[in-house]
Design a protein around this ligand. Structure first.
Ligand code: LLP
Length: 391
């Protein structure tokens, strides 16, 4: 829900742009903090979901760590004063340069995704005369029951080390002096709305952790990744994911040894609902079977509907007329540049402001300059409420 005093401010800004409600973000962070602290669970924010500086500052101010997937994400987190000891670093294709950045910043953990990567980290750490803390990312073959493009923990996916490599892994780990095994890591997918999936993951994790211990490989921490989904259909009614059930599922089903830490890496459920893409209607056009609302935002600003068939709720902030059926489409020269088909909106006209909701995660972060378009800008509630000088 965008507050009325904000709507009047939004109207003065050049579209398209992202609008972030930092109050909602802070409320979300408070809930996550309360629920995770109940069980002593460590939360890393998945920077890839939204790397906007003000969003990151707000999140780090709450004491959360970061889950990074590139050297630049690590550098950005460090630049915003996050200590390296709170940074986990995942990714199937870490470059030598990125590994060196991570080593220099003494990160918490390399979440290592393959046997050859382990050898490279060992070699680079040895050159710097350091010992790299490594958690093995494991592909547990658990179905997250989500879109196939955001499924990562099945045998056929490229992520993590699979069970058929475990014996080799155990032998290799004993021969790499510049690697210290500190934990195991999992991330099975994103936009997971069935809490039972996390229960199933926990049970797999228990079996795998027991195997490591049996090999004499001690695990200081277990990292179960991210994946908790948000409600795209009814964001106003459900602005917060069910953090209570999420953390409880791990607490109830994971067999942690005494002193063993549990880490999670949440992205979407932290920032998803606080962001809206604000766009103007450029033209209303009669199609063969439908009316098109052509907006000044397109797949360059928010690619989720085009890439994952995601359905983001859309509202018209300027009209309260009777409902009509529209296809809301962007201006890009691609037929897939469609935000929504056959949706009901108040009768809309050129110049009306539309808000595409639940766009805080993987929205701005996945924006591009295709068609030589300007990179999308972003504003947040603190700026709009406190700094009139913006206008
Ligand atoms: N940890 C790792 C290792 C990840 O790869 C991801 C997300 C996360 C944590 C955070 O997951 P979350 O809590 O946000 O579900 N662009 C797609 C989502 C890609 C997710 C990639 N990995 C989308 O817009 O739906």
């Amino acid at each position: 829900m965008i507050k009325p005093q904000i709507t009047s401010q939004l109207q003065k800004l050049e579209t398209p742009f992202y609008y972030y409600d930092l109050d909602l973000l802070r409320q979300t962070l408070s809930k996550i903090k309360e629920e995770s602290e109940r069980y002593g669970i460590h939360v890393h924010y998945a920077v890839k979901a939204n790397a906007n500086d003000d969003i990151l500052r707000t999140i780090f101010d709450f004491g959360f760590g970061a889950d990074c997937v590139s050297g630049n994400e690590i550098s950005k987190a460090v630049q915003l004063r996050l200590p390296g000891s709170k940074i986990a670093f995942a990714g199937v294709g870490k470059t030598d340069k990125e590994i060196n950045t991570a080593l220099t910043n003494n990160i918490f953990s390399f979440n290592c995704e393959s046997l050859p990567e382990l050898e490279v980290i060992n070699e680079l750490a040895s050159k710097m005369q350091r010992v790299a803390p490594v958690a093995i990312r494991i592909n547990p073959n658990v179905d997250p029951k989500t879109h196939k493009y955001i499924t990562t923990g099945l045998d056929e996916n490229k992520f993590g080390i699979n069970h058929w490599d475990f014996d080799k892994l155990s032998r290799l780990l004993k021969h790499l002096p510049n690697i210290k095994l500190t934990g195991i890591h999992f991330h099975i997918g994103s936009q997971i709305t069935d809490i039972n999936v996390f229960k199933e993951l926990s049970e797999k994790v228990n079996t795998i952790a027991a195997w490591f211990e049996k090999q004499g490989l001690n695990l200081q921490h277990i990292n179960v990744g991210g994946g908790l989904g948000i409600d795209y259909e009814q964001p106003e009614q459900n602005p917060f994911s069910d953090f209570t059930a999420y953390f409880k599922a791990f607490n109830d089903h994971l067999n942690l040894k005494s002193g063993q830490e549990l880490h999670v890496e949440l992205g979407r459920s932290v920032v998803g609902q606080c962001g809206h893409l604000i766009t103007k209607v450029l033209y209303v056009k009669e199609g063969l079977k439908t009316k098109f609302l052509i907006t000044d935002a397109g797949m360059t600003e928010l690619i989720r509907p085009m890439l994952y068939q995601a359905e983001h709720k859309i509202s018209n902030l300027s009209s309260q007329l009777a409902l009509q059926t529209y296809d809301v489409v962007g201006p890009i020269c691609e037929s897939t540049d469609v935000f929504a088909k056959g949706i009901q909106l108040p009768e809309s006209k050129r110049g009306d402001l539309l808000a595409i909701h639940s766009a805080g995660a993987y929205g701005e972060a996945m924006a591009s300059g295709y068609n030589l378009r300007d990179m999308v800008k972003a504003f947040h509630s603190d700026q709009l409420l406190k700094h009139e000088s913006l206008f």
